[in-house]
Design a protein around this ligand. Structure first.
Ligand code: GBH
Length: 472
C-alpha cells in the first residue's frame, strides 16, 4: 500500500509543551504557567519552564526533522510571547522568533503548519474571563490578523484552534487542564466562544491572506461505541457524540447550534449567551479539517443506583462530559498505551471515511496521531520502541485505507517530534519519536523515528522498515 507523492508526512508539537524560555524574550505567563504553579495540578510538580528548550534549540530540532526527510512541521505560537498583554502592543522579539523559525524551515524545504492556539491563553485574558466571555474570541481574531500580517509570507497552513474540546471541557468542566475551573456553564460558554473564535479568526486570516492560503481547524473527534445495541446504550453513545463532536462540527461546518446539544444541556443553560448572528460568524468551513486521533471509548447507559464515571479524566474527580451523568464509560480494553488508552486503528479509518461522507469534498489531515509507551534507553544507547512502531504502522495503514475508500486525506502528522511536557502528566509520559533526556536536553531518535523516515522516503507501507527493525 503506497501513499501518493504529494501526501504530506509531518510531525507536530505545541508551544507550551516544547519551548520553555517561559520568562524570556518578553513572554508573559499563560494559563498553563499558572496551572503548573498550582499545587497538585501536575504530576511531580513539573512545569513547562524549560520543557525541551526548543526556544533555544530549534536549529537542532530543525536538523532532526530535515534528517528524517519530513515535509512539514506543525507547531504552535505562544500567544503571550507575541502579544504579552493578550491584545494591543505586539512584542517584536516574540514575532522575530517565529519569523526566524518559519524562514529556516522553508529554507530547509519543510512546510510550516502553524497553530494559533494550542491551549496557552495569556493569563491576562483569563483574568478578564477567559473563554467564558466573547471578548476573548475577538482578541483571538485580532491576534490571528497580526500573525497573518507578520508571518503571512512564510506560513503554508494556518490552523486556528487545536482541540477546542480540551480547552472547554477539560479547562472549564473537569479542570484537569488550565484554567482548572470546574463549572459546567463556563465550559459550555467556552465551547461557543471557541467556535466564535475560530470563525472570527478564519475570516481575519482570509481577509489578510486571500483564499489561496489554507485555513485549518483541528478537532479531536471522539469515536464512541455503545456497549450493546440496546436503545439506551446507543443513546448514551450518541450523547457523547453530540457533546464531544456536534458541539463543534455543527456551528463551524453548518452554521447551526445542535438542537440535541441544547436539549441535553437544558438543565445547565438555555444558551442565552449565543447572540444573534453568532452562528453565521462561527460558520467558516476550514479548507482543511484537522483530525487528531488516539483511541476510542465504549459507553453504556447508567443503571439505577450505578455510580457515574468521569470518562477517563478522573484526576479532579469531575467529569469533562457536561450533562452526561447518565453515561458510564467502560474501562478500556488492552493492549493499552502508557496513557491507559486503548488501541483501535481501524476506528481511524472509519472516522475519516465517515467525516468525508458527511462533508463531501472536504480535505482532511490527520494533524495528530501517536502513542506514549514506557520506552527506555537500552544498553546500546538506542531507544527500541517496537510498540510505537507497531502503533504507527497500524494507524498509517488505516489512513491509507481511508484514502483508498475515497476520503480526501492529504497529510499525517506524528505526535510528537519530541518527548515533551504532557500537560497534567508532566514529563512522565513520552510521546516522542525522538527521546529527550530532561537532564541534558539531549535528543536521541528512537527506532520509530527511523521507521517513519523510511516511510516518508519510500511512501510504501509494504516494505517500510524491513531492513532494520530488529525481529519485526
Ligand atoms: C492531544 O490531546 C493534544 O493536542 C496534545 O497536546 C497532547 O500532547 C496529545 O494529544 C497527547 O495527549 O473520552 O474523556 O476519555 C489529546 C487529548 C486524549 C482528549 C483522549 C480526549 C479521551 C477523552 N485527548 N481523550 S475521554
Amino acid at each position: 500500500m503506497k501513499f501518493a507523492d504529494d501526501f504530506v508526512f509531518g510531525t507536530a508539537t505545541a508551544s507550551y509543551q516544547v519551548e520553555g524560555a517561559h520568562d524570556e524574550g518578553g513572554r508573559t505567563p499563560s494559563i498553563w504557567d499558572t496551572q503548573c504553579r498550582t499545587p497538585g495540578k501536575i504530576k511531580n510538580g513539573d512545569t513547562g519552564d524549560v520543557a525541551c528548550d526548543q526556544y533555544h534549540r530549534w536549529p537542532e530540532d530543525l536538523e532532526i526533522i530535515k534528517g528524517l526527510g519530513l515535509g512539514a512541521y506543525r507547531f504552535s505560537i505562544s500567544w503571550s510571547r507575541v502579544l504579552p498583554q493578550g491584545l494591543g502592543e505586539p512584542n517584536p522579539e516574540g514575532i522575530a522568533y517565529y519569523r526566524e523559525l518559519c524562514r529556516s524551515l522553508k529554507q530547509a524545504g519543510i512546510s510550516p503548519v502553524v497553530t494559533l492556539y494550542h491551549w496557552d491563553l495569556p493569563q491576562v485574558l483569563e483574568d478578564r474571563g477567559g473563554w467564558t466571555v466573547r471578548e476573548t474570541a475577538y482578541a483571538f481574531a485580532d491576534y490571528a490578523r497580526l500573525m497573518a500580517r507578520e508571518l503571512g509570507d512564510l506560513v503554508d497552513v494556518w490552523s486556528t484552534l487545536n482541540e477546542p474540546w480540551c480547552s472547554s471541557y477539560l479547562g472549564y468542566a473537569s479542570g484537569v487542564h488550565a484554567p482548572g475551573r470546574t463549572e459546567p456553564l463556563a465550559a459550555l460558554q467556552a465551547v461557543h466562544h471557541l467556535n466564535l473564535a475560530h470563525g472570527l479568526a478564519a475570516r481575519a486570516l482570509r481577509e489578510e491572506l486571500g483564499d489561496e492560503v489554507p485555513v485549518c481547524l483541528t478537532l479531536n473527534l471522539h469515536v464512541t461505541h455503545p456497549l450493546t445495541d440496546s436503545a439506551e446504550d446507543i443513546a448514551a453513545a450518541r450523547k457523547i457524540d453530540v457533546v464531544g463532536n456536534e458541539a463543534f462540527l455543527m456551528p463551524v461546518m453548518e452554521g447551526v447550534l445542535s438542537p440535541e446539544l441544547v436539549e441535553i444541556t437544558r438543565e445547565v443553560t438555555d444558551w442565552g449567551f449565543v447572540q444573534e448572528g453568532d452562528l453565521e460568524l462561527c460558520h467558516q468551513v476550514p479548507d482543511i479539517l484537522g483530525v487528531n486521533y488516539y483511541s476510542t471509548s465504549t459507553v453504556k447507559a447508567r443503571q439505577e443506583g450505578e455510580a457515574s464515571t468521569s470518562g477517563g479524566h478522573g484526576e479532579t474527580g469531575v467529569s469533562p462530559w457536561v450533562a452526561c451523568d447518565d453515561v458510564v464509560f467502560l474501562p478500556p480494553e488492552g493492549p493499552l498505551t502508557a496513557m491507559g488508552w486503548n488501541q483501535e486503528p481501524d476506528a481511524l479509518r472509519r472516522l475519516l471515511v465517515q467525516v468525508s461522507r458527511r462533508y463531501p469534498g472536504q480535505e482532511l489531515m490527520v494533524t495528530e496521531n501517536g502513542a506514549a509507551f514506557s520506552d527506555e534507553v537500552s544498553s546500546d544507547g538506542q531507544v527500541h520502541d517496537p510498540d510505537r512502531v507497531a502503533y504507527l504502522r497500524q494507524h498509517l495503514t488505516a489512513v491509507a485505507q481511508a484514502v483508498e475508500e475515497g476520503a480526501q486525506v492529504t497529510g499525517y502528522f506524528l505526535w510528537s517530534l519530541l518527548d515533551n511536557f504532557e500537560w497534567s502528566w508532566g514529563y512522565q509520559k513520552r510521546f516522542g519519536m525522538v527521546r529527550v533526556d530532561y537532564e541534558t536536553l539531549e535528543r536521541t531518535p528512537k527506532d520509530s523515528a527511523k521507521w517513519y523516515a523510511d516511510l516518508a522516503r519510500s511512501r510504501d507501507l509494504d516494505t517500510v522498515g524491513e531492513d532494520w527493525v530488529a525481529g519485526a
